[in-house]
Design a protein around this ligand. Structure first.
Ligand SMILES: NC(=O)c1ccc[n+]([C@@H]2O[C@H](COP(=O)([O-])OP(=O)(O)OC[C@H]3O[C@@H](n4cnc5c(N)ncnc54)[C@H](OP(=O)(O)O)[C@@H]3O)[C@@H](O)[C@H]2O)c1
Length: 289
């Protein structure tokens, strides 16, 4: 059985990937309490001793707002921490799968969907740190796969932290409040069900070195995505009227950070559309309640 050394094991992605790969790989989990990735010696020792086939590096400060408010901490964990992981992988000769983000394109002035050939121009600290981290990974570890992910979602689960920010849980919470809520119409991004992502991971681990745009594509704007969710949840006309179309956020220019995932499809890795994924996730949520 191949060994995977996993950073970020306590996070949203980390908990889901462990469940999905349980029994198929020997997984060595780690998070900030067990291995602080800003400690170069500790990272080097842990990866050398584990001698894994793969390292999935999911540890990060993944909140854009927190990164903007704490740029030094964001750099230390997202860039310097990744440097430590990538150097250890390069020295040990294991394959590194690094989780990056669509946010590397959030300062580009052209519109998405962006393919891997397009040069990212991140605007915020989070996107900047993840792009720098990508460069560090590519420079230090020959056998690397960089997955630029779209926004992840799941339905509510008891072990998720209260502040988990994703489109399905946010919409469910807004509907529960029974008060009008505004959602931007001029924002476009892919949204991926975590179950689809972790389910495809055995194939993603096999990719040849490079950058891959990864996840579900979504032609709908954010407002229409939320409306779709509400309809799938069975919202009646009164409930639907609570959803207010916000046409002012992002001004006249759309925020469009969609990713073109055709490169991944060429490798036979195909995600459902965001609408299909939401439909299936909501159906599964119904059966678990
Ligand atoms: N969620 C999304 O929608 C999304 C979209 C695109 C890309 N991504 C990327 O996917 C990856 C996983 O995201 P996520 O949503 O699972 O994030 P998350 O839930 O916030 O989890 C972050 C993980 O990083 C760990 N961590 C933080 N500081 C650390 C440190 N100094 N040393 C070691 N571990 C540390 C945390 O450990 P503790 O719990 O111990 O603090 C936690 O396990 C990230 O790289 C993120 O950039 C996520």
């Amino acid at each position: 059985m191949n060994t995977i050394f996993l950073t970020g094991s306590s996070g949203f992605f980390g908990t889901n990937i462990q469940q999905a790969l349980h029994g198929r790989y020997h997984i060595i989990p780690s998070h900030s309490n067990t291995l602080d990735i800003t400690d170069a010696d500790a990272v080097s020792k842990a990866i050398r001793e584990a001698n894994p086939t793969y390292v999935i590096h999911a540890s990060a400060i993944a909140s854009s707002q927190y990164c903007n408010d704490h740029p030094d901490e964001c750099h230390r964990i997202n860039v310097v921490g990744t440097e430590h992981v990538a150097r250890a992988c390069g020295e040990t000769g294991c394959k590194l799968i690094f989780l990056s983000t669509e946010q590397v394109f959030n300062g580009n002035t052209s519109n998405g969907p962006y393919d891997e050939e397009q040069t990212p121009e991140p605007a915020g600290e989070y996107g900047k740190s993840k792009l720098l981290a990508e460069q560090v990974v590519a420079g230090l570890c020959r056998d690397h796969v960089i997955l630029r992910l779209t926004w992840l979602f799941d339905y509510p689960k008891p072990h998720y932290s209260k502040g988990l920010n994703n489109i399905l849980i946010n919409t469910i919470e807004s509907m529960k409040r029974e008060k009008p809520f505004r959602v931007p119409a001029n924002e476009f991004r892919g949204m991926t069900w975590i179950k689809d992502l972790v389910g495809l991971f055995p194939k993603l681990l096999q990719l040849e070195p490079g950058v891959y745009h990864t996840g579900s594509e979504n032609p709908l704007d954010r407002h229409d995505t939320v409306r779709f969710i509400m309809e799938e949840l069975g919202a009646n006309d009164t409930a639907l009227q609570l959803l207010v179309k916000d046409t002012t956020t992002y001004g006249s220019r759309a925020r469009d950070i969609r990713l073109d995932t055709s490169k991944l499809r060429q490798f036979g890795i195909v995600f459902p559309s965001t609408e299909e994924a939401l439909h299936t996730a909501i159906k599964e949520w119904r059966t678990t309640r």
